[in-house]
Design a protein around this ligand. Structure first.
Ligand code: 13P
Length: 260
């Protein structure tokens, strides 16, 4: 089955509304004229406070070539959860995707596999697509437990989801040692781990879901690395951090992922 590639920019904690507007305008200036039939899905994930401004810019484009993502959501619908944002609030901005389980959220904010599973369910119940992140530390890689660690993360994240829900979800494999370090994971190794993720999806869900689910690579993706990454059999796109903060480099990554 042909899986539509995705290039997603995770802006992390950068850019106020005005800066976000500048960035999305810059991206649009680079991608609006490209052949839409050949484009990957383009996704940008600004901070919550910039969702309104970025959504306005994307809507003006009128062709749906750029989609909006949030960087997180809380799984409860409402209540006394100071500082959190619910799924209903994100629906105000026509959010198509929500990133969950990013290693920075796991590391700095105590996000657990159980929370990530609850978030995945709430997102899918509301017709939005989760981008579920997983990945090992350098220590785990050196200890040879990468595959086992990722198997646990994915198994827990997908618990209780229907095969249809799994099929439409997105996973991002982001080795923690490659994030923000400039040290990209070798493409063939990233592809090997992503194939392993697909086999885990088959085990916990179905062969059809494993074939349909899109699995991205993230970790120091740059315009110079994307072609080789996209040439791999099982890499369906990229979740980009640093290089998504400049319109030119993000657009170059998008161009490198164009089909045909
Ligand atoms: P970098 O591209 O800056 O390594 O970040 C990757 C990432 O964490 C995307 O979610």
């Amino acid at each position: 089955m042909a899986r539509k590639p995705i290039i997603a920019g995770n802006w992390k904690m950068h850019n106020n509304s005005a800066q976000s507007k500048e960035l999305i305008k810059g991206i649009r200036a680079n991608v609006d004229s490209l052949d839409i039939a050949k484009l990957p899905e383009i996704v940008v994930a600004p901070v919550f406070t910039s969702l309104y401004a970025v959504n306005e810019e994307i809507c003006h484009c009128g062709c749906g070539r750029i989609k909006l993502a949030a960087q997180n959501v809380y799984f409860e619908p409402k209540g006394a959860f100071t500082g959190e944002i619910s799924i209903d609030m994100l629906k105000d901005f026509e959010t198509s995707y929500i990133i969950i389980g990013h290693s920075e959220r796991r590391q700095y904010f105590g996000e657990t596999d159980e929370m990530i599973n609850k978030k995945a369910k709430v997102i899918l119940d509301n017709g939005i697509i989760p981008i579920i992140c997983c990945g090992e530390t350098l220590e785990q890689r050196e200890q040879g437990v990468t595959d086992a660690h990722i198997e646990k993360q994915i198994t827990e994240a997908l618990k209780g989801l229907s095969t249809e829900e799994v099929a439409k979800s997105v996973i991002a494999y982001e080795p923690i040692w490659a994030i923000g370090t400039g040290k990209t994971c070798d493409s063939t190794e990233a592809n090997r781990v992503i194939k392993h993720i697909r086999s885990v999806v088959e085990k916990v869900s179905s062969a059809a879901a494993a074939d349909a689910i899109r699995i991205l690579y993230g970790g120091s993706v740059k315009p110079e690395t994307i072609k080789e990454q996209m040439a791999q059999s099982d890499i369906d796109g990229a979740l980009v951090g640093g290089a998504s903060l400049k319109a030119d480099s993000f657009a170059d990554i998008v161009k490198g992922a164009m089909i045909g």
